[in-house]
Design a protein around this ligand. Structure first.
Ligand code: 2M8
Length: 444
């Protein structure tokens, strides 16, 4: 197959282009996830975007997080989408109709959440503020103090509403909550869902902007996505009622690992800013989620697993989520085995890969589809998250290699949403904000 080489661009040039993308996608108090495909603020995108923005302007980075916080639900939930002034997108506010929920905020939002990477972004803002010094430092420190209780409420909501029995694994009620919408991780659970009546999907907005439908989820998948929204809406987005009646209840191991890491980071901030009790509580949560993740690891494959809470079955489908222990940290033997697998010939070291970066599904897996979204492509934002976590757990050599390969991938200057892993072709949306943001986070 043709491989797509990146022209040699200097780090300064790459950073300048990335900054341009973020500025171009800035519509005032939010940075759209991408210019046309995703013209609103997405929760975990906003966090990654903030780590990049912090390198350009600490005040602007804080604005991004404040916009998200202003849309926090009264329960503590941070919604997965905060809609901007332009309503073009499907499903938009008219489908979610969150006003049926007494706990919804004044802002127009979706009624589900996404992985809680935000505390990691807050730490990056603080770090950038301190590096810059002066007014930026003051602003960043004040932001941590002012917003601490909001992040705490978010983490407490996750623990209470999504892990009520304290098992250490967070449950999700929609594949969109995982951020890995059509990952084969969810295939079996979705296959069991039969909407009682046909649901029209003729308003699909994504297919107007991604030309090859094979790069996006199918209509059948969208029908199930919409059916779940309908179930949540009928339960008025009440956490207990949704948990009882929703057809999709999955313990998401990757989200749990992110929650563990984020609780640990927020605990560090709490300890530093005089919130010792809350820091202790957060450290306990970090440990609880880490235990949950490590308890899911298959002795046979060495990969962490999701669990279907409707059937009790563990999901053995291979995906990048299997490396959740690298995100939350693990005991030495587990960490060693995970690093070996991650860098080995089925994953980053697969001989057919254009670049040694983690594919969302490994090429030898029967579910692998190299052009389809979360079913195979490489995602620069995921590479960044693994890079950040690997460094945190002392795996500097592996992290350095990821960074070098990823910067080479980004040298095509398309800032693609995802890349075909065998050829290196840019896919999905171009000018994707979180892709530009991680370039800045790496370079500046
Ligand atoms: C993708 O998800 C949205 C739905 O939330 C979509 O396909 O319309 C996912 O990649 C998700 O992780 C991401 O946050 C979002 C915006 O980049 O796009």
């Amino acid at each position: 197959p043709t491989t797509h080489a990146s022209p040699a661009v200097s780090p300064a040039e790459l950073a300048a282009h990335a900054a341009y993308v973020l500025r171009a996608n800035d519509i005032g108090v939010m940075t759209t996830a991408s210019p046309r495909l995703y013209p609103h603020l997405w929760s975990w995108d906003a966090a990654f975007i903030t780590t990049g923005l912090a390198k350009l302007s600490v005040p602007r980075a804080i604005v991004e997080l404040r916009t998200l916080l202003a849309a926090q639900w009264r329960t503590g939930m941070l919604p997965h989408i905060v809609f901007g002034p332009d309503t073009e997108y499907f499903p938009g506010p008219d489908v979610w109709r969150c006003e049926v929920a007494p706990t919804a905020p004044a802002a127009r939002t979706s009624g589900i959440c996404q992985p809680p990477v935000h505390a990691i972004a807050v730490a990056h803002v603080l770090d950038a503020g301190r590096r810059a010094g002066g007014a930026d430092r003051e602003l960043a420190e004040r932001f941590v103090v002012d917003s601490f209780d909001r992040w705490l409420a978010w983490h407490r909501w996750l623990a209470g509403a999504r892990d009520p029995e304290g098992r250490g694994l967070l449950e999700i009620h929609h594949g969109w909550e995982s951020g890995m919408d059509n990952s084969p991780r969810w295939d079996d659970a979705y296959a069991r869902i039969q909407p009682p009546q046909p649901i029209p999907v003729d308003r699909r907005h994504d297919l107007r902007y991604v030309k090859d439908p094979a790069e996006r989820p199918s209509d059948t998948e969208y029908q199930r996505y919409l059916w779940l929204i309908q179930q949540m809406r009928e339960a008025r987005y009440d956490d207990d009622a949704v948990r009882e009646r929703i057809d999709f209840r999955m313990a998401d191991v990757f989200m749990s690992a992110i929650a563990s890491a984020a609780c640990a980071v927020l605990a560090e901030l709490g300890a530093e800013f005089g919130r010792a009790d809350e820091a202790a509580e957060l450290n306990e949560l970090a440990q609880r989620f880490r235990d949950g993740v490590l308890g899911s690891v298959s002795a046979t494959t060495g990969l962490a697993r999701d669990q279907n809470l409707r059937t009790g079955a563990w999901v053995d489908t291979e995906s990048i989520a299997g490396f959740a222990p690298l995100i939350c940290g693990a005991d030495q033997p587990t960490l060693r085995r995970q690093v070996e697998l991650f860098t080995g010939p089925r994953w980053c070291g697969h001989p057919d890969l254009r670049r040694a970066l983690p594919p969302s599904v490994p090429p030898d897996s029967p579910e692998f589809q190299p052009r389809s979204y979360w079913r195979g492509p490489q995602w620069p934002v995921m590479t960044w998250l693994f890079w950040w976590a690997l460094r945190r757990h002392g795996q500097h050599a592996v992290a350095d290699r990821l960074r070098a390969e990823a910067l080479d991938q980004l040298g095509d200057l398309s800032f693609a949403e995802y890349y075909q892993p065998l050829t290196g072709q840019a896919l999905g949306s171009s000018q994707q904000s979180w892709t530009a943001a991680v370039a800045l986070a790496w370079l500046v």
